[in-house]
Design a protein around this ligand. Structure first.
Ligand SMILES: Nc1ncnc2c1ncn2[C@@H]1O[C@H](COP(=O)(O)OP(=O)(O)O)[C@@H](O)[C@H]1O
Ligand SMILES: [Mg+2]
Length: 368
């Protein structure tokens, strides 16, 4: 699978612009605030259905306009194919694959898998548990429709259960309904916990190997998943017991206190919490090894090599870590942004294209 071309209409600072990508490395360069990240954002939208910068889709519409439309041409199984996302303010995003309207935006997941590494990726190390859960969820939703289905269902269950908890607090006659919700919460939550657990175990193995390489064997990584499972016990039983035993507490606080929406994923470096004790350099290495581990995982699970999106990170990486990335990219596809036109040495130098962006317009394409 290769992306070929993106066409942006009224998207962020783009009026009507096409950008062609190289089969290998596309380096998008230009000064600050010219629209480099906006291109990455559009590509990210095509792989996840969401922006990585905002939950408010209206922000993506060019100021003064009422809609945006973005189109991606890609090649898969030797066929040229297309995807289109159209959005009018006040409506939902609409998705078209090969010009056929899809019922659900989530049909986009898994078509063009990608992995994004940006300055914000450091938040996966330093940020809240919620940010790490989100990263794990994005990976799982790209590789498994079953996971997506269960995650959406679980979120609905927790929302409805919270409404019920509030009702019960005010009027005890509703208590009889709680058991049903607890059972479905435990059932759906179990699927999520199992999937997360197996992904995290596998990512841990990969990160261990990668960090070993980046740090000359000095750094040891562990990824701890704290959730509702105990060795040799059924997750479902455990979950159901916990919510049953704590009914009164949940009613009192009017909120679901247990389950995967509260999971903690902790990354340890040399047995210490990386969130608390990591240097900048170690954080960067960890974030990088996590991104690479995710790429390997997606490839293994889907057979598709994800597109690597590197937004504004090259200048922050030292020679050694950069070389690591070049090797990783190999013949695969990467879209890289940078304020400087930096030169690439890849397996196929002739397959690197340099794209200069100025004020939402492509001003030049070169191959050197
Ligand atoms: N909805 C929008 N309409 C018009 N311009 C926008 C919109 N959203 C962002 N921009 C403009 O896009 C530019 C930032 O683009 P970005 O891709 O983040 O820059 P960079 O090249 O630094 O990565 C800024 O000039 C900003 O004003
Ligand atoms: Mg940027």
């Amino acid at each position: 699978m290769k992306i070929k071309k993106i066409h942006l209409i009224n998207f962020r600072n783009y009026i009507n612009e096409e950008i062609n990508f190289s089969d290998n490395v596309s380096l998008i360069y230009g000064e600050n605030a010219q629209g480099k990240t906006n291109i990455v954002e559009a590509l990210y939208l095509f792989s996840t259905g969401k922006s990585h910068r905002t939950n408010n889709t209206n922000e993506l519409v060019r100021h003064g306009e009422s809609y945006f439309s973005i189109m991606l041409e890609f090649e898969d199984n030797n066929y040229l194919q297309s995807m289109e996302i159209k959005y009018e303010k006040g409506n939902r995003k609409r998705l078209f694959i090969n010009e056929v309207k899809k019922d659900r935006l989530s049909d986009i997941l898994g078509v063009i898998p990608s992995v994004l590494f940006s300055p914000e990726s450091l938040s996966c190390i330093k940020g809240s548990p919620g940010e790490r859960r989100k990263i794990i969820d994005i990976v799982l939703c790209q590789v498994s429709k079953k996971y997506l289905y269960n995650l959406q269902k679980y979120n609905r269950i927790v929302k409805n259960k919270n409404v019920l908890l509030k009702k019960i607090k005010n009027n005890k006659q509703y208590s009889s309904q709680l058991d049903v919700w607890n059972e479905s919460q435990a059932k759906t939550g179990t699927v999520i916990i199992e999937e997360r657990r197996s992904l995290i175990l596998s990512l841990e193995k990969r990160m261990k190997r990668l960090m070993h390489g980046i740090s000359d064997g000095k750094e040891d990584v562990k990824v701890r998943y704290r959730s509702l499972y105990e060795e040799n016990k059924s997750i479902y039983e455990n979950f159901l017991n916990l919510v049953s035993e704590n009914k009164n507490r949940e009613i009192e606080q009017e909120i679901s206190l247990f389950g995967p929406h509260r999971d903690e994923i902790e990354i340890l470096l040399n047995n210490q919490s990386s969130r608390l004790y990591c240097s900048q350099g170690q954080q960067r290495s960890l974030a990088l090894s996590l991104s690479i581990a995710i790429m390997e995982e997606i490839e293994e699970r889907t057979g598709k090599i994800p597109i690597l999106l590197l937004d504004d990170v090259m200048s922050e990486l030292d020679e050694k870590r950069r070389n690591y990335l070049y090797e990783l990219i190999g013949n695969n596809q990467a879209v890289i942004t940078s304020t400087d036109k930096m030169h690439f040495k890849t397996a196929n130098d002739d397959k690197v294209s340099y794209i200069e962006i100025k004020n939402g317009t492509v001003v030049s394409y070169t191959n050197e």
